[in-house]
Design a protein around this ligand. Structure first.
Ligand SMILES: Cc1cc2nc3c(=O)[nH]c(=O)nc-3n(C[C@H](O)[C@H](O)[C@H](O)COP(=O)(O)O)c2cc1C
Length: 275
């Protein structure tokens, strides 16, 4: 067997390897190969999964929580939401229906989600089939972003990926943010929620990952910028771009055109995140 290269092997996933003749749990486990390609805060991959016959539990791995950078665990739960979204996109690709229960045990904040799978499901209209192919080609892009504007129709397409109740995606073309001595003009997007709770943070992650994948297809690059929400004066600027009052900004990122990133970031082997 070839040696596992964390920068390469997990990204070379081939849908032909789906174990069609395997048992139900083996099939569900294969879907997780897509889940672990999700972005996460500082690539911490703070997730664990427990696979049963027709169900996957998605768990938060608190041992991977960055206590200083993410004191309120917002990024921790958003990251888990990104992995959940990849899982659901892969499930729909392989024909499954699914039922998601968020925090099914109210006092257990570690168990983020239980997903029940059913054969022969209808794909969701906001998860177009091409999102599946984008899972292994998505990157965070930290390169220089051009001035070129994103066409309105593409912005609208990204906007339509945000369907969750209580979650808003706001994008602006001309936000000017002054960061220390530098002046930074960026096309910024912010995802905010009506209530500041764990369930909506997981859903913010789902929307973010959906937008990342849709952007990948359109050739639009994405760069999360969490630090913006950590600096009070920048957070105030972000709040100004959100036309709704009384919402909680949860995740900020820039969008635009830039040279492609080369290579992928590493991922742990799936076996390491199974419990
Ligand atoms: C919730 C969240 C917050 C993030 N914050 C930042 C950030 O502030 N700055 C940054 O450069 N990347 C940020 N990232 C991107 C991660 O560093 C990136 O997803 C991870 O290194 C894996 O690389 P990949 O996205 O190219 O697969 C964030 C990602 C997530 C999901």
């Amino acid at each position: 067997m070839k040696k596992y290269d964390p920068m390469v092997t997990p990204w070379q996933i081939n849908e032909q390897d789906f174990p069609r003749d395997g048992d139900s749990a083996e099939k569900l486990q294969f879907l997780l190969r897509y889940a672990i390609l999700a972005p996460s805060s500082h690539n911490t991959q703070p997730w664990k999964f427990s696979v049963a016959e027709d169900e996957i539990q998605v768990l938060v791995d608190r041992t991977r929580w960055l206590k200083v950078a993410d004191p309120d665990q917002r990024e921790l739960y958003i990251s888990v939401g990104c992995a959940l979204e990849n899982l659901l996109i892969a499930a729909e690709h392989f024909g499954y229906g699914h039922q998601v229960a968020y925090f099914p045990e109210p006092t257990n904040e570690e168990l983020a989600v239980t997903v029940k799978f059913m054969p022969h499901g209808e794909p969701s209209p906001f998860r177009e089939p091409a999102l599946f192919d984008a899972i292994s080609s998505r990157h965070t892009n930290r390169k220089f972003y051009e001035e070129r504007p994103i066409p309105q129709s593409d912005l609208q397409h990204l906007q339509n990926r945000c369907v969750e109740e209580g979650i808003w995606l706001h994008m602006t073309d001309d936000l000017e943010i002054k960061r220390k001595a530098d002046e930074l003009i960026i096309r910024l997007a912010a995802i905010s929620s009506e209530v500041n709770n764990r369930e909506l943070q997981v859903k913010v992650g789902q929307v973010f990952e959906r937008v990342c994948l849709a952007a990948t297809i359109l050739g639009i690059r994405v760069h999360p910028m969490s630090q913006i929400l950590e600096i009070p004066e920048l957070k105030t600027e972000v709040s100004k771009l959100i036309p709704k009052s009384d919402v909680f900004p949860q995740h900020t990122f820039r969008l635009g055109y830039a040279e492609q990133e080369k290579g992928h970031t590493p991922r742990r082997q799936l076996e390491e995140v199974l419990v």
